[in-house]
Design a protein around this ligand. Structure first.
Ligand code: C2E
Ligand code: CA
Ligand code: CA
Ligand code: CA
Length: 276
């Protein structure tokens, strides 16, 4: 068609084509990256109100040899579209368990929080595989937290609950990441073996200046307190945000103010004494 509408469709299709081509390219390059050691674990500290280190969140980084660092927001969602995420997630878990075993061997009492891919979790092989990995590496499941997002609970809640219960029985903790931004239903908190709520950085960042965000943070803290859940606040960047939290009880802090994500080896040198 030569009319305007036709052109619009053509432009739209070509954008769609570009997005799809881009996804294919990222997928192919990610496969290569996994095989060639371009992926690296970074750690970001989590600290108690008194400043004591309690653990770290594991965050994957891709150092592309030509394009430089590619943020996880650009490749995790692409990987999640196919079983490539299973391979990627397996790599991340293996590295994280090896780190955990090293910390244990050195007598360092810290937890590691790993982001759980919904697609990996739903594989029937996931639980036996993870048990095998824990046995192979010697990593103590009691020091492992899995961060899940609320999207995981949408379908098949009873199967999800059964699987989470099985992992919980090993000693693994579950944390709800970005709490309050998804399909939150407080009923999940009763049904699932949740140990921790992670307040999304969107709420934390505006809490000192926006009464609505402050009220939401307080509501989340009240729920957590009544259900005896641990709370992590993420995305703390300013002293004002830290001050806002300081009068609100036991909240684990994570954010650039306390430490940026850093390569695991560097992080261990900086945060463990004597440095690992
Ligand atoms: P997330 O799990 O919500 O991770 C928190 C994100 O906030 C991280 O971004 C972290 O670097 C960033 N962040 C930490 N402190 C601050 C702060 O003070 N201010 C601001 N503005 N941001 C802060 P990152 O590393 O880019 O990760 C983005 C998302 O990618 C993660 O969100 C997670 O959904 C996913 N992701 C990252 N690593 C992994 C992984 O190893 N496995 C899986 N499955 N997903 C991952
Ligand atoms: Ca997370
Ligand atoms: Ca988060
Ligand atoms: Ca997030």
């Amino acid at each position: 068609a030569k009319d305007g509408g036709g052109n619009q469709v053509a432009v739209f299709e070509s954008h769609m084509g570009e997005a799809i081509a881009q996804s294919f390219r990222i997928e192919a390059e990610l496969r290569h990256a996994l095989a060639h050691g371009e992926l690296q674990l970074h750690l970001q500290p989590q600290t108690l109100p008194d400043g004591t280190l309690s653990g770290a969140e594991v965050l994957v980084r891709w150092q592309h040899p030509l394009e430089g660092p590619i943020p996880p927001g650009r490749f995790i969602p692409v990987a999640e579209q196919s079983d490539l995420i299973v391979e990627l997630s397996a790599f991340i878990f293996r590295e994280a368990c090896l780190l955990l075993a090293r910390l244990q061997a050195a007598g360092v009492d810290l937890r590691l929080s790993v982001n759980l891919s919904p697609r990996h979790f739903r594989k029937h092989s996931f639980i036996p595989w993870l048990k095998g990995l824990l046995a192979d590496t010697g990593a103590d499941p009691h020091r492992l937290t899995l961060e899940v997002t609320e999207g995981l609970f949408i379908d098949n809640l009873s199967e999800t609950a059964a699987r989470m219960d099985e992992l919980c029985a090993l000693g693994i903790h579950f944390s709800i990441d970005d709490f309050g931004t998804g399909y939150s239903s407080l009923a999940y908190l009763k049904r699932l073996p949740i140990r921790e709520l992670k307040i999304d950085k969107g709420f934390i960042q505006d809490a000192p200046s926006d009464p609505d965000d402050a009220a939401l943070v307080d509501a989340i803290l009240a729920v957590a307190q009544n259900l005896h859940l641990e709370v992590v606040a993420e995305g703390i960047e300013t002293p004002e945000q830290a001050t806002f939290l300081s009068t609100r009880g036991r909240i684990i802090r994570q954010g650039y103010l306390f430490g940026r994500p850093e390569p695991a080896e560097l992080w261990l040198q900086r945060w463990t004494t004597p440095p690992l």
